[in-house]
Design a protein around this ligand. Structure first.
Ligand SMILES: C[S@@+](CC[C@H](N)C(=O)[O-])C[C@H]1O[C@@H](n2cnc3c(N)ncnc32)[C@H](O)[C@@H]1O
Length: 132
C-alpha cells in the first residue's frame, strides 16, 4: 500500500528519515517546516546519506498553521518537538485533523505541563503544554 505521511515541523529531518524507511519506496513522506535553512540541511542530508528509500521524501516549506494540502490527504502525521513551538496550538491541531484521512493516526512527541512535582521540576525549562 502506498502510504502518504507528513512530518510536521521536520527541522533537519530526523523523523522524516525514519518514516521514509517505514513507508518504503512505494510510499511518500513529506517533511514540512517554515525554515528554509533547516530544509536545506535536511535536503543535504538526504543527498549525503543516499539511501534508495530516501528518494520518497519531499521537503516542503510551509506553515503548520495553514497547511498547503487538501482535506483528508495523509495516512499518518508525526510532529516531534514542534507543537510547543507553534504560536497557535489549537489551530495547528485543527490543521492536522483537516489533512488526515479519517481513521488515520497522528503521533505527537513533546513535553507537557505536569502537575506531578518531580516531573514538573525536570521539565520546567521546556514545559509548554496545551494552555487553551
Ligand atoms: C525543536 S525543532 C524540531 C525539529 C524536528 N522535528 C526534530 O525533532 O528534530 C522545531 C521546528 O518547528 C519549526 N516550526 C515552528 N513553528 C512552525 C510553523 N508554524 N510551521 C512550520 N514549522 C514550524 C521550526 O522551524 C523548527 O524546525
Amino acid at each position: 500500500m502506498e502510504d502518504s505521511v507528513l512530518d510536521l515541523c521536520c527541522g533537519s529531518g530526523d523523523l522524516a528519515f525514519l518514516l521514509s524507511e517505514k513507508v518504503g519506496s512505494q510510499g511518500k513522506v513529506i517533511g514540512l517546516d517554515f525554515s528554509k535553512e533547516l530544509l536545506s540541511v535536511a535536503s543535504s542530508r538526504q543527498k549525503l546519506l543516499s539511501k534508495p528509500c530516501y528518494e520518497n521524501i519531499e521537503w516542503v516549506e510551509g506553515d503548520a498553521l495553514d497547511l498547503p494540502f487538501s482535506d483528508g490527504y495523509f495516512d499518518g502525521i508525526t510532529m516531534g518537538y514542534g507543537l510547543r513551538n507553534v504560536v497557535d496550538k489549537r489551530r495547528a491541531m485543527q490543521e492536522i485533523f483537516r489533512v488526515l484521512k479519517e481513521g488515520s493516526r497522528v503521533s505527537i512527541l513533546d513535553f507537557n505541563k505536569s502537575n506531578v512535582p518531580i516531573t514538573a521540576l525536570i521539565q520546567s525549562p521546556l514545559s509548554l503544554g496545551m494552555d487553551d
